[in-house]
Design a protein around this ligand. Sequence first.
Ligand code: 5GP
Length: 176
Amino acid sequence: MVDSNFQILYSKDRIQERVEALAGEISDYYQHCNEPVVAVCVLKGAFIFFADLFRKLRVQPEIDFVRLASYGEKTYRDEKVVCEKDLEVSIKGKHVLVVEDIVDTGCTIDYFTRHLRERGPISVKVCALVQKRERSEIDVALNFSGFYLERGFVVGYGLDYAEKYRHLEDIWTMPE
Ligand code: 5GP
């Protein structure tokens, strides 16, 4: 299934505990909002996290999906993030919760939240399963974070390496 030099970083039980806690925080935050809430899943990596989180929320947002791609070296000045599949619902006058798998340099989420804010939402908040600290280039204000990771490349629970390992229930670190 995985190479013998992969190691479990977050077990499936630990992931579910964190997802439950995040769902609680997010529900508390949105439960008194009178306006609609749209939860946006950033494909592909966040799809399992999104499905688990969504089913544990005490609020019922609309859902939508986007696919972002980045090309070449990602730096703040040389931004090469493009939206390959855009939102289908309008977010004007609504609260938006973006659900990402990992925030690493912050370039992807910075680009995407700026793109969203041009469409007149009331608010844009970001929830990431994993927030890395190693290469952080942009001071992205994450509103809800599952785990903080100092370094390393992780797979499993929707996260891939070359389209492999998404099916794993735990999150693993790959050897460097
Ligand atoms: P950023 O623009 O924040 O540098 O990159 C975020 C994106 O890079 C994530 O959405 C994810 O697709 C990818 N990424 C960053 N670190 C990892 C990692 O450790 N594992 C996997 N599978 N993808 C990662």
